[in-house]
Design a protein around this ligand. Structure first.
Ligand SMILES: [Zn+2]
Length: 181
């Protein structure tokens, strides 16, 4: 049971109309479903217009900033998909023709696995990677994050990702290396 909104008489709680005075017990929105729907659409329309107008201004703002950013750094390194190679493939290319190899590999983001032969302050070295016997060619990976080097051991097989640099005195440098495994 509940009380009538108008005459306060006791009426069943599910009654839509008071049996005493006839007052509609439903709320305004229940009484006017069509008007309610129209009102909701209208309100959403206003919110949309306000938000859309504001959004336009801010999005043009973002476009300007992003175009400025892209001028400063045309190609972020992270966008490049790493090329899966073998250390031997890379070393062999440099062994057979350094100029051609640099032309082919320099600046490329590569990922390869090899056995670590030396762990130094600046990173990792992989020697005897080329298929040619007595080759002096080495791959040297510069690792900026020293924390990544702490858990490694010589002789361990690791997967590294980095950007191929040039070869100096038999050493192929790989820059900005990340140890993947
Ligand atoms: Zn009533």
């Amino acid at each position: 049971m509940k009380k009538c909104k108008s005459c306060k008489a006791e009426i069943p709680s599910d009654a839509k109309k008071c049996s005493h005075c006839g007052t509609d017990q439903r709320g305004w929105f229940r009484k006017h479903p069509i008007l309610t729907v129209l009102l909701i659409i209208f309100v959403i329309g206003i919110i949309g217009a306000v938000a859309g107008g504001g959004g336009d201004k801010s999005s043009t703002g973002t476009k300007q900033t992003s175009s400025q950013e892209s001028k400063q750094s045309p190609e972020p390194k992270q966008v490049q998909e790493p090329m899966k190679i073998t250390a031997q493939e890379l070393a062999d290319d440099f062994d057979s023709n350094q100029v051609a190899a640099e032309n082919k590999w320099k600046g490329k983001l590569v990922i390869f696995s090899a056995e670590v032969t030396n762990i130094t302050d600046f990173g990792l070295s992989f020697s005897e990677v080329s298929s040619k016997e007595f080759s002096m060619t080495q791959i040297s990976c510069k690792v900026a994050d020293k924390q990544q080097l702490l858990a490694l051991k010589n002789g361990q097989n690791v997967t590294v990702e980095g950007i191929v640099g040039s070869q100096t005195i038999g050493v192929i440098s790989i820059n900005d290396c990340q140890i993947i495994q």
